[in-house]
Design a protein around this ligand. Structure first.
Ligand SMILES: C[S@@+](CC[C@H](N)C(=O)[O-])C[C@H]1O[C@@H](n2cnc3c(N)ncnc32)[C@H](O)[C@@H]1O
Length: 286
């Protein structure tokens, strides 16, 4: 691996900060391809089903969503282009692409990705300005929201960007963000209440977010089955995860003990939507 797999952050994960703030996703996809990265792939068909439901429920052709912690627009690529996660993980291993400047690579990616599904309007939210700029330049997102809302509120300009969102999604971001960010987004959106669909590692507690949402009338549902996120980078990462799960009284048998992180989907529904009115292809996950 081309990063130190033994140094762990406060949540027990290997430190991958260096791959999140580059001008292109080359290092991001190359690092994650070594870790059998799969959560955006697992999440995508479910996001598609929720988007279809919103279109019918709100009688709208275009669904506007925030992808929280969108990074280089991975979920956007899967939602708006015909490229798969496998295509993305494989692309950046080419020696030819590694020699391009950031500008050249971004330009080539824009053509290669060709994200032409126009009926999904994505606001990419992240702390990484370079990652957001890449996602915007390649049309994987329609607009960006750059900031750390764990630490500050949205400005009036930023509030305008996220008005009328129907949905907030995330993969791999809860934990970096807490109920603070979710609360800040919701405060800026009043009175409209978007559906939320977050894929959250089993080592991360969703309770504070659930309570924050509960206070404004949401109900939260956790998926029956967990979804594979990625392989552990090292035995240190595996050990720290198993220790954390033990402390949380979560059984890792046939899941994390086999060598990978797992996440649950938390679906939070505003009071205007009856959970039982969701289509069976969504209900079946809960
Ligand atoms: C594990 S990556 C997930 C990227 C992408 N969603 C995916 O599934 O591949 C976590 C992302 O969260 C972003 N992040 C970290 N702290 C954040 C914060 N306070 N607010 C928003 N995004 C944050 C990082 O910059 C990074 O892009």
């Amino acid at each position: 691996m081309n990063f130190d797999t033994t140094k762990l952050d406060a949540t027990g994960k290997v430190i991958l900060d260096h791959i999140y703030d580059q001008e292109t996703p080359l290092h991001f996809y190359n690092a994650l391809s070594q870790l059998d990265y799969s959560i955006p792939d697992q999440a995508n068909p479910i996001f598609e089903k929720i988007i279809s439901f919103i279109k019918k429920h709100r009688s709208t052709k275009t669904v506007k969503l925030i992808d929280l912690g969108c990074s280089y627009g991975v979920n956007g690529a899967l939602l708006k282009s015909t490229k798969s996660l496998a295509n993305l993980l494989c692309r950046y291993q080419s020696a030819e692409l590694k020699n391009l400047s950031s500008k050249e690579l971004t330009q080539q990616d824009k053509t290669w990705l060709n994200p032409n599904k126009k009926n999904i309007n994505i606001v990419g939210a992240d702390v990484s300005e370079p990652a957001l700029n890449y996602a915007l330049q390649t049309n994987l997102i329609n607009n960006k929201l750059c900031g750390n809302f764990e630490e500050r509120s949205l400005s009036k300009e930023e509030e305008k960007i996220i008005q009328d969102v129907d949905l907030i999604i995330s993969t791999g971001c809860i934990g970096y963000v807490s109920h603070q960010t979710i609360g800040e987004l919701l405060n800026s959106l009043t009175p409209k209440a978007p559906i939320m669909a977050h894929f959250v590692l089993r080592t991360i507690c969703y309770k504070n977010i659930e309570q924050e949402l509960d206070q404004v009338g949401y109900k939260t549902y956790k998926s029956k089955a967990p979804f594979k996120q990625r392989s552990f980078a090292s035995k240190e990462e595996k050990e720290s995860t198993l220790g954390r799960l033990r402390e949380m009284s979560i059984n890792p048998k046939n899941l994390e003990d086999k060598g990978s992180y797992y996440a649950h989907l938390y679906l939070s529904i505003p009071s205007e939507i009856e959970f039982s009115s969701l289509p069976e292809d969504i209900l079946s996950y809960f």
